[in-house]
Design a protein. Structure first.
Length: 253
């Protein structure tokens, strides 16, 4: 598992470097296209995908990537082990150039995320974890075990910058009735899950559509840090490699 973690970390860092070449190019227009679901796709998404696949295919473990070809469920259902990858999570934030995008790589076994890596290229911060062991945050090549003893007053909710919904606003209103001091932080991509995993935020409600590759890596890191990502309807942990790759609404806490 540790060898797979190191490979995933290397893949994420290299993919991040490919993304930053495009992000920092002053004459680059990002080559923005629209996918079938009307979500954006850029040259950076494609470059990061190719880079990650180049590393992960060495393992012989199947890869489910947002930017790859998605095998029919009849084929995927026999995969008891697979990589779940979002080469560039937060493409809208990438296009806006606000820096809030990530590279997400997870290893899923029997529907459960067991290993996760999230890299933030603009800040060179790397989160990673193995469920059942621990999670870490790497800054300047120094790793800190999560959750860290982060001090904040009241209750901190982190929410999506691009996908705020009435249901999320209602959740925040409920929290305000329970706590005298509530802070709302908005940011993009899987950074939100990382903020809860490290203890900088108390909850991340996501009452809007997401896909498995949006959450698998963060879910693994959260679990490794002693947090949980729960289906808001059932209260059960999220599962992966489902026939329908959409996630239910969930709460990270």
């Amino acid at each position: 598992m540790h060898e797979l973690l190191e490979l995933a970390k290397t893949a994420a860092l290299e993919a991040g470097a490919e993304i930053m070449k495009i992000y920092t190019d002053p004459v680059q227009d990002f080559g923005v296209e629209k996918k079938s679901d009307n979500s954006p796709l850029t040259l950076a998404d494609k470059a990061a995908h190719l880079c990650i696949v180049r590393y992960l295919q060495e393992t012989g473990i199947p890869i489910l990537s947002e930017e790859g070809s998605h095998m029919p469920y009849e084929e995927r259902r026999v995969w008891n082990r697979l990589w779940v990858v979002d080469p560039l999570d937060g493409t809208k934030e990438f296009i806006k150039k606000n820096g809030e995008f990530t590279v997400n790589i997870a290893l899923v076994e029997d529907g459960i995320p067991v290993l996760g890596v999230i890299y933030i290229p603009t800040t060179d911060i790397l989160y990673y974890g193995i469920v059942g062991e621990s999670a870490w945050k790497q800054i300047d090549e120094k790793s800190i075990q999560l959750p860290t003893p982060t001090k904040h007053e009241g209750f901190v909710v982190v929410a999506s910058r691009s996908h705020m919904t009435p249901e999320t606003e209602a959740y925040v209103a409920d929290v305000r009735r329970m706590y005298s001091q509530v802070e709302l932080i908005s940011c993009g991509s899987s950074i939100k899950i990382c903020l809860v995993a490290e203890g900088a935020a108390d909850a991340y409600p996501r009452f809007a559509p997401t896909m498995e590759w949006d959450t698998a890596a963060g879910d693994a890191i959260a679990r490794a840090a002693g947090k949980q990502v729960l289906d808001v309807q059932t209260g059960n942990p999220l599962t992966y490699n489902k026939e329908d790759l959409h996630n239910p609404w969930f709460l990270v806490e």
